[in-house]
Design a binder for this molecule. Structure first.
Ligand SMILES: Nc1ncnc2c1ncn2[C@@H]1O[C@H](COP(=O)(O)OP(=O)(O)O)[C@@H](O)[C@H]1O
Ligand SMILES: [Mg+2]
Length: 355
């Protein structure tokens, strides 16, 4: 059988660069080499695109092209789009993958930008299209769409970063949301730039930090509840995994608790009463449809002690590292890691055939 030419894109300029490198390393390690002819394209933190650099080479934070990596250009055009190393004049070096897996997290990768580029190039790719990716990245628009779909979303206020120092704004946050509240850049992930504010001083600090990442900030009421996540895998009809629970090693699931402290724990499946689990599955599928997601997504919830459920967010390119929730949830639901990757790639190819 002819091998499928698969391109993995990883890295990127977002605050989640490192997470993407780790995710891509796991993905490359698990893919069946009998089935795929794999090449990798690394996007450095400086925003340069190198063909044939591997995630392992960037694990140390070094973003150099490595021994084989070559800066490449993307040629556009119907039926002829593909990559060409800048240094090669030889047309034989031109590379057109059958399918692309953008293992990118955060802005400039998970937000519709790369999806737009690949759409324009006519290259099939894994995951959400432009709209789903964009809506899934912007927490303010995501929540608006969730509300419109009748999904339960906790109280929040959207703030233009330029107005973050206004007294009236601080007063409104204190009156409408109170403490603790969570301050986040609207477009980010992996808890980068997220602060739990317990008083005015930390609120001000949190707003300053979020403003480093985005011109739009959201402030949410702190919800006391368990953190439960479910995974969705597309198909004829999208399927839902068993739920998983996060027990953060710190007071909330911040960047350190996610990737550095090893004592954060995942409980899979999460012990939940059957009606609550059914509610999560229903909300998860509705959230997936609401943002026009495709391929895959992880939907994250808070479940309060009284059984009330809040949708926190959807992630359209969830973490794929060895310790990540998304692949672990599918493994516990009967879809092992390598089969999950096969399925995602099949979906991308099937969709492009339909088109
Ligand atoms: N409204 C909230 N109430 C309680 N905890 C929250 C709230 N918002 C965020 N958190 C905590 O902060 C973490 C990161 O926030 P989240 O919105 O999931 O951002 P990211 O997209 O960076 O993962 C969550 O996993 C949770 O631990
Ligand atoms: Mg999150």
């Amino acid at each position: 059988m002819k091998k499928i030419k698969l391109l993995i894109i990883f890295g990127g300029q977002s605050g989640e660069h490192t997470v993407s490198v780790l995710s891509a390393q796991s993905v490359c390690g698990a893919l069946n080499r009998e089935k795929y002819d794999i090449r990798a394209l690394g996007v450095s933190e400086q925003g340069r695109w190198y063909l044939d650099v591997w995630p392992e080479e960037w694990l140390t934070g070094d973003n150099s092209p490595g021994p084989a990596g070559k800066e490449a250009v993307l040629r556009l055009g119907t039926g002829v789009a593909g990559f060409l190393p800048l240094s090669e004049k030889d047309a034989a070096a031109f590379y057109r993958p059958d399918v692309v897996f953008p293992v990118l997290h955060g802005p400039g990768g998970e937000d519709g930008t790369v999806q737009g580029l690949l759409t324009l190039a006519g290259l099939p790719f894994v995951g959400c299209g432009i709209l789903g990716a964009a809506l899934g990245m912007d927490k303010d628009r995501m929540k608006a769409v969730f509300r419109e779909a009748g999904l339960p979303v906790g109280p929040y206020i959207t703030v233009a970063a330029a107005r973050r120092r206004e007294e009236a704004l601080l007063g409104k946050i204190e009156k409408d949301l109170g403490y603790p509240c969570f301050v986040k850049p609207a477009n980010m992930g992996s808890s980068v730039g997220v602060t739990r504010a317990a008083n005015r001083a930390t609120l001000i600090k949190g707003l300053e930090l979020a403003a480093v990442y985005d011109r739009k900030i959201i402030v949410e009421q702190g919800i006391i509840g368990r953190e439960i996540e479910i995974a969705i895998l597309d198909g004829e009809v999208p399927r839902v995994s068993v739920p998983g629970e996060i027990i953060p090693a710190k007071d909330f699931y911040d960047y350190e608790a996610k990737y550095i402290a090893t004592d954060s724990r995942l409980i899979i499946p999460a012990p939940l009463p059957a009606p609550t689990a059914a509610k999560l599955a229903d909300y998860g599928l509705r959230a997936f449809a609401a943002v026009a997601a495709k391929g895959l997504a992880r939907v994250d919830f808070f479940v309060a002690a009284d059984g009330r459920v809040y949708v926190n967010e959807i992630n359209t390119m969830p973490g794929f590292t060895g310790i990540s929730m998304y692949p672990k949830l599918w493994a516990a639901t009967g879809v092992p890691y390598a089969a999950l990757l096969d399925r995602l790639i099949e979906l991308a190819l099937a969709e492009s055939e339909r088109e």
